[in-house]
Design a protein. Sequence first.
Length: 317
Amino acid sequence: MSYVFFDLEWNQGYPRSEADRLDEIIQLGAYRLEDWQAEGEAFSAYVRPSIHRKLHHRVRKMLPLDQKELFRAERFPEVVSHFFDWCGEDAAFFTWGPSDARVLDLNLAWYGLEEYLSLEVYDLQRAFDLMILGTDQQTALKDAVEALGLSAPLEFHDACNDAYYTARIGAEMIRRLGELPSEQELSFRERELYRERRARAAEQAAEALDQVFQSEEALLDRDCGVFAAEGDCLKSRSARVFRCPKCENWLCNGNWYQLGHSYVARSRCMEHGRFYTILRQSPEGGGWRGRCRVFTDEVLPAPLFRLCKLGGEVITV
C-alpha cells in the first residue's frame, strides 16, 4: 500500500452564476510514501483555468502564481488522470483539513469524472488536533509543523510543498502514536472534548452570573411571586414579559439556560438592542419564589451569554 498526501490550490469567481461559485482547482500537489519512515516522491501540476479566466484578487495575493504559466498547463481532466495513474491502484489518501477533498469532489463532478468520486480521504488535521493537541480548533499546517518541531525548508501555500509537510506530519504521528486513530476513535474523542468544554463553560458562566446578579445594578428588579413547583416561574408572564426599560415597548424573553442556581434568557428591543434576564428561585412556604433582574449587554456582554448557551441546559418555554 502507498500513502498519498495531496493538497490543492483553487481559484474562485465573483458569484454571479452557478459557475462563478465553483472553486476551480488551479494546482494539484501530492507526496507519496511507500513506507512511513522512508523518503517519498512528489507530484506537482498546474491546471489550466476553464471557468474563471482571471485569478481572484485574494488568490493573486496569497499564491505566487504566474497567470501565463497557468494557461500553458493541461486541463483538469488530463491532470487528474495523470494524478490517479501516479497514485497507483492500492493507495490511501490523506489531506490537511476537509476542504481539499470537498473541492476535489466538486471539480470531479463538474467535469463528469464519476469514476473518481468514491475516493475515501483521511483528514490528518482532525487527527492531529484531537490526538496531539487535544483540541478541535483546526490548526494551520504551518503551526502544526512548528508544534511537532519539524524543519520547514520549503515555502507554504504551494500545493506540492504543503502536501510534503502533511506527509511529514503523518509520519511523525505514526512514530508517536504507533498508528493513526480510526473514525470511531476520533468521534469518541470529539464527544469527550465537547463534554469537557461544556463543563468548563458551565462552571465559568455560573460564577459570572452569580457575580452579575448580586453585584451589578439592574435596569429592572422584579419579584415574580411564589409558584408551586421549581421551574414554574420560568413559564410565567412575570418572568418572560417586561417593558423595555428605555422606551416602554413590550419585550419577551426567549429560551432559558440553566447554570447552577441561575437561569438566563435574552430579549431584544428593535430600538435599544438586547437585554438579558437572570432569574433565581428560592424555596418558600412549600413553594418556590422567583426573582428576576434585567441587565444591558454592557453588564452582561454577548461573550458571556454565548458561554451560557454552551454550558447551560436549555429550557424551552
